[in-house]
Write a protein that binds this ligand. Structure first.
Ligand SMILES: Nc1ncnc2c1ncn2[C@@H]1O[C@H](COP(=O)(O)OP(=O)(O)OP(=O)(O)O)[C@@H](O)[C@H]1O
Length: 570
């Protein structure tokens, strides 16, 4: 039963890796052949050294000279083969890990947002780098290594069998017993490998988060606390690495003992046979080399075992990512002229606890071209409503759809995201130039279009004054810009997309009233063609909107606009 389960796991694994590995098969076969050639060189060296010694002892100097030449030739060949193999290994290893990373990167980009957001970005990074590295190492180094060790084993065994059958049998029996012995550690090693990767993820995540939040650490004087936490995580990681190391070393020790026992028996046996004059000096040398040639593959195979286990543990971690559901993504749908928004009895909850609804049977209609404000106290569910519109989360009950104002409905999916332009809360700029950031709104945007959008977002004044204008390089999360400048670039980027629905989530919160008014006027100019949803607490913004919707305890309520404005001004 267990064997059957293991076998079906293996089949799953092969099917899982097949698409990625297929293009690399020819190059992996070359690596394999080079490995095999290297192994055969090892056997060749044993035979050549025997001949050199035997001819020299027999006083046949001419033949000994030729044998030395062959011996040297094989050594040079072996070195060249090793270099060629190492060069090819690096190239294939880089290319293969890139293919795997691309596969998972693409997969993550297409995975549903909610389950994915539960993973720490540092953990995902570890999976994309270290875990992919373990799998690459297996296919490029370990697997061809196992096969060439197998060939080395067979060739050495056959040669030894030819010269001294009894010795061959002794060396052969010692080998598998050490490999089988190391198999006993398999399960423990796998658990330890998972623990090492998990602790590595926690360690990296902490560093990543600390680097991103330097200011918070400094403001609250958390330097020491952070160092202590990192030290604790380091200790945890170290403990798991040491535990894994102890297990690997215990296995290694038994393997080495097995190896030396085999070597010792062969050596003693050879000396006895030499004493009995049953073999020549040369044959003794060949014995000793060949016993090594048999033992080395077994030791090698046993030592690859931890790497196989690491690969299996990493595979599980990557497969786990693929278990998350993909976003519903139909092809491009024809975009209607104007796009309205409808919520029908929509309920939503983030957790399993269904009685703790964030949104409870919400119903609302926004006609194409309307400019609507969405208000409500903090944590009430405004951003959640936007996430539903962007198909980042799915309703527990009810329906969210877009309309064309003529009665046609379009289900909200990842594809309809193309109809929406969005300015989220916080700084969402990428590192690169201002132009790069603007172009992420529309990749083919021209400098004139970027200028026009920047003017509408009140960003052009300050961009123009920068020495490099649109080509000014900004750092991670808009480093080098003020919060208000970053917000204006984010708004310009949203304008550039020219989508029929625009959503601004506290997008003008860092701006002075005058600038905010100007931007809101630009947004109002868009309305009519563009449906705008504004999450705001500001009275200036509310004045611009034709309607105000408020979320209260999970319900969406249409507010009297004047009442709301008065409420805010008080
Ligand atoms: N990813 C998430 N997982 C679990 N709960 C979440 C998640 N995001 C938000 N919540 C919870 O859902 C509720 C609504 O959050 P939401 O961000 O929609 O509020 P909001 O009205 O936009 O708040 P704010 O005005 O402060 O931005 C909150 O109670 C919040 O704790």
């Amino acid at each position: 039963m267990k064997v059957k389960a293991e076998f079906s796991k293996l089949i799953n694994f092969i099917n899982w890796i097949k698409p990625d590995i297929r293009p690399f098969l020819p190059r992996l076969v070359v690596i394999l052949l080079l490995g095999v050639a290297g192994s055969l060189c090892g056997v060749g060296i044993a035979i050549a050294s025997k001949n050199v010694i035997d001819y020299a002892v027999a006083g046949e100097l001419g033949k000994a000279g030729i044998a030395i030449g062959i011996f040297g030739g094989i050594i040079v060949m072996s070195v060249l083969i090793n270099i060629g193999e190492a060069l090819l290994e690096v190239r294939v290893s880089e290319a293969f890990s890139n293919v795997m990373r691309q596969r998972f990167f693409k997969r993550l980009l297409e995975t549903e947002w909610l389950p994915l957001s539960g993973y720490h970005s540092g953990d995902l990074l570890t999976r994309l780098t270290s875990d992919v590295g373990n799998i690459t190492n297996f296919f490029v180094r370990v697997f061809p290594g196992i096969l060439s060790l197998g060939v080395q084993l067979a060739a050495s065994f056959a040669t030894l069998l030819y010269y001294e059958p009894r010795l061959a049998i002794i060396a052969f029996i010692m080998g598998p017993s050490t490999v089988l012995f190391s198999r006993l550690w398999g399960h423990r090693l796998k658990v330890l490998n998972l623990k090492v990767q998990e602790s590595e993820s926690r360690y990296r995540s902490h560093i990543q988060e600390a680097l991103q939040n330097f200011i918070v650490i400094k403001i609250f004087g958390l330097e020491e606390h952070n160092r202590d936490t990192l030290q604790g995580l380091h200790q945890d990681r170290m403990d798991w690495i040491l535990k894994r190391n102890r297990t690997t070393l215990s296995a290694d020790m038994i393997i080495s003992l097995g190896f030396w026992a085999g070597y010792f028996v062969a050596f003693s046996w050879g000396i006895i046979r030499l004493y009995q004059k049953a073999i020549s000096f040369g044959t003794l040398t060949a014995f000793i080399t060949l016993v090594q040639q048999i033992q080395v593959p077994f030791v090698g195979l046993a030592r690859t075992f931890p790497q196989i286990i690491a690969m299996l543990a990493s595979t599980e971690r990557l497969m786990e990512l693929e278990k998350m559901q993909l976003e519903k993504r139909e092809g491009k749908i024809g975009q209607p002229e104007g796009v309205g928004i409808s919520f029908r009895q929509v309920s939503f909850v983030y957790t399993e606890e269904k009685d703790n609804l964030v949104l409870d049977k919400v119903t609302a209609d926004i006609a194409p071209g309307e400019l609507v404000a969405l208000v409500g106290s903090s944590g009430v569910g405004k951003t959640t409503l936007i996430r539903l519109l962007l198909a980042l989360v799915r309703p527990l009950e009810g329906e969210v759809f877009y309309t064309d104002g003529l009665g046609k409905q379009y289900e909200v999916t990842a594809a309809t995201r193309a109809w929406v332009t969005y300015v989220p809360q916080g700084n969402t700029l990428f590192s690169g130039t201002i132009a790069d950031n603007l172009r992420s709104g529309r990749l083919e945007a021209t400098p004139d279009e970027m200028e026009e959008a920047s003017r509408a977002a009140c960003a052009w004044e300050f961009i123009r004054e920068l020495p490099n204008g649109l080509d000014t390089v900004i750092g991670e999360q808009g480093h080098g810009l003020s919060e208000g400048q970053a917000q204006r670039i984010a708004i310009a980027r949203a304008f550039l997309k020219r989508a029929p629905v625009m959503i601004l989530d506290e997008a003008t919160s860092a701006l002075d009233m005058g600038t905010e008014m100007e931007i809101l006027r630009a947004i109002k100019d868009l309305s009519g063609n563009c449906t705008c949803l504004l999450i705001t607490h500001r009275q200036t913004a509310l004045k611009m909107c034709s309607r105000v919707l408020e979320i209260q305890r999970g319900k969406l309520i249409e507010k009297n606009k004047t009442e709301q404005e008065n409420h805010l001004s008080n």
